[in-house]
Design a protein around this ligand. Structure first.
Ligand SMILES: [Cu+2]
Length: 329
């Protein structure tokens, strides 16, 4: 991973597992100067593989970017050029594609689906700051998103003072989960079994088997980069026993709301939501559409003095099969 086109001082942090495979986060943050245009290389591999969807080890036949559900977080700064390559693994069965909502580009040319064994490269300039979905758009799109080909690209504002500094940051991706990944008609009929954050049923609920809480310290400004993957349901994001101090629609600093109890995020929409929690305790983050919360979309934020530092996308790992195999295309 190194910057291309001779234009940049970008630093890209990723852990290569094989050709085109990145674990966790594509993070670009070091040494940024607004005067310097940067090109950021992002390389994803579509991988059809089994992922674990709960704390009991239940496997799900997912379609993924880089073997994880949701895909790796891409993080760039407003004005950066993203030089993106998608590989469709030659051992896959289905066509796949990539639609970055942070891009303004030619749909037919760049968002087209490619067959197994093929690769596709395109560039776009991340012109608008915010938190955006990315997803596979290969038909039937409803199935490709539901099976896991969904993720987040954060475009940080060029002006680092455009928003208050966060002490702690988490990415949450909400999706409906259909137990039968081949039942496309059931997806159209909204017969989902669970609604999940970051690919797991009650993944961040410590009172559920295998669940692990999100953590923060008292007084910290905790920032959630939230994307609703859908494919169909709206999210009514609410911090129980708290109030969102600041919300930015689509994560754009120009779209600022204060003191919001519940914020609606549509399918394929995003928001940045900040909460400052003064007192120690437990604060569930839920979609207050309760059918969905009680089917898996509850994340507990535990506030305590000795809170540990977690990653931006906590406890999301590539599938075992992917971790232990060398991926080539
Ligand atoms: Cu796909």
């Amino acid at each position: 991973m190194c910057p291309k086109n001779g234009s940049s001082q970008a630093t890209v942090t990723k852990v290569p597992l094989g050709i085109g495979l990145t674990v966790g986060i594509v993070l670009v943050s070091a040494g940024y100067s607004p005067a310097v245009a940067r090109t950021v290389n992002v390389e994803f591999t579509a991988i059809e593989t089994e992922v674990v969807i709960d704390g009991q080890g239940t496997k799900y036949k997912a379609w993924t970017y880089n073997g994880q559900f949701p895909g790796p977080v891409v993080r760039v700064t407003e004005g950066d050029t993203v030089h993106f390559t998608l590989h469709n693994l030659k051992t896959n069965t289905y066509p796949h594609s990539m639609d970055f909502h942070a891009a303004e580009t030619d749909f037919f040319k760049n968002y087209r689906a490619i067959n197994a064994g093929e690769s596709l490269t395109y560039d776009f300039v991340a012109k608008k700051p915010g938190v955006f979905a990315y997803h596979c758009g290969a038909p039937p799109m409803i199935q490709h998103i539901a099976r896991g080909m969904i993720g987040v690209i954060i475009v940080d504002p060029k002006n680092p003072k455009a928003m208050p500094k966060a002490d702690r940051e988490y990415v949450l991706v909400q999706t409906e989960l259909f137990h039968n990944p081949n039942d496309v008609q059931g997806m159209f009929d909204r017969k989902y079994d669970h609604v999940i954050f970051n690919g797991g049923i009650f993944k961040y609920h410590p009172m559920v088997t295998g669940g692990k809480a999100l953590e923060a310290k008292p007084g910290e400004r905790v920032r959630f980069y939230f994307v609703n993957g859908g494919p169909n349901n709206f999210s009514a994001l609410h911090p129980i026993a708290e109030i969102w101090d600041d919300v930015w629609a689509s994560g754009n600093p120009a779209n600022h709301l204060r003191g919001v109890q519940t914020y609606v995020v549509p399918p394929a929409g995003g928001a940045i939501l900040d909460v400052v929690v003064e007192a120690e305790g437990a604060y569930p983050i839920v979609t207050h559409s309760l059918t969905d919360a009680l089917r898996g979309a509850i994340a507990i934020l535990v506030v305590k003095k000795d809170a540990q530092q977690l990653t931006l996308l906590p406890y999301v790992q590539p599938a075992e099969a992917v971790l232990h195999s060398r991926v080539t295309n």
